[in-house]
Ligand binder design. Structure first.
Ligand SMILES: NC(=O)c1ccc[n+]([C@@H]2O[C@H](COP(=O)([O-])OP(=O)(O)OC[C@H]3O[C@@H](n4cnc5c(N)ncnc54)[C@H](OP(=O)(O)O)[C@@H]3O)[C@@H](O)[C@H]2O)c1
Length: 232
């Protein structure tokens, strides 16, 4: 498949590496290709800069948001900073997005007052819903935003059963996303379809808990598990 990833941070890199390893053609979207490729300083978490990563992964090309979105035949992964989530899609252009599936991994994290972050959208709205409302022809499927990127692409990084949530308005789009998750190693029993795009509120509001757990245990290798008792 031809898959586009909007975003070149650690999430974009992890997914691009995994998808190209699975045989997909991947293009990553960024604001300024030359400036992005010139970056070589690792981030604060020790992840390689995108410039260094791109040299090690020459099969993944970088492009503008519009070029990247146009490249996809059906799946676009949205791995943008939450503050730039809607703007990046505007730059991608409605014509390049229309009818496609957007796997939305973004979180509305507000770091303006430091760590831990708060949410700049919550309770009665969510970033997932705002994206769907702004781009009605896009099939937005929220998923993978509730765990760290090494766990997204390799669920075995955390032992035992643990859950990946999926939600969105289009049933076929969710099926396609669930198939992609299975190709990463997610078991059927651990994929939980929560319902429509309004369920993004709940999965985005998990983040304040996620970051506090991370602060406590000092490792991103953990995940939430919805453990369902068998029906009596
Ligand atoms: N890190 C994780 O493990 C993790 C886990 C779950 C969910 N998420 C969510 O996934 C998304 C991506 O996270 P990330 O850690 O990979 O990277 P990030 O630093 O949150 O986002 C990086 C991407 O955002 C783009 N961007 C565009 N405009 C921006 C602006 N004004 N300010 C900052 N960035 C801007 C950058 O563009 P350029 O390419 O042009 O620099 C880059 O591609 C976030 O919404 C995050 O909350 C992350």
């Amino acid at each position: 498949m031809k898959i586009s990833i909007l975003g070149t941070g650690s999430v974009g890199q992890a997914l691009a590496g995994r998808l190209s390893g699975l045989g997909h053609e991947v293009v990553m979207g960024t604001r300024d290709v030359a400036a992005t490729l010139a970056r070589t300083t690792p981030d604060g978490w020790g992840n390689p800069a995108i410039g260094t990563w791109a040299v090690a992964n020459p099969q993944v090309k970088l492009a503008t948001y519009a070029e990247a979105a146009a490249f996809s035949d059906s799946i676009i992964i949205h791995a943008m900073n939450g503050n730039a989530a809607i703007d990046s899609l505007k730059q991608a252009g409605e014509a390049n997005l229309s009818g496609k599936i957007l796997i939305d991994i973004t979180n509305p994290l507000d770091f303006s007052k430091g760590f831990p972050p708060s949410l700049f959208i919550s309770n009665t709205d969510s970033l997932g819903e705002q994206i769907q409302a702004a781009f009605p022809d896009l099939k937005v499927v929220k998923s993978l935003n509730t765990m760290s990127n090494p766990v997204m692409i390799n669920p075995a990084a955390v032992p035992g059963d643990h859950t990946v949530f999926v939600n969105g308005n289009d049933a076929d789009a969710k099926e396609t996303v669930m198939d992609l998750l299975k190709s990463f190693g997610w078991e059927d029993r651990n994929i939980l379809d929560l319902g429509d795009i309004t369920m993004s509120r709940g999965v985005e509001m998990i983040l304040p808990l996620w970051v506090r757990i991370y602060g406590k245990i000092q490792t991103p290798f953990f995940n939430f598990n919805v453990n369902i008792a068998p029906k009596a």
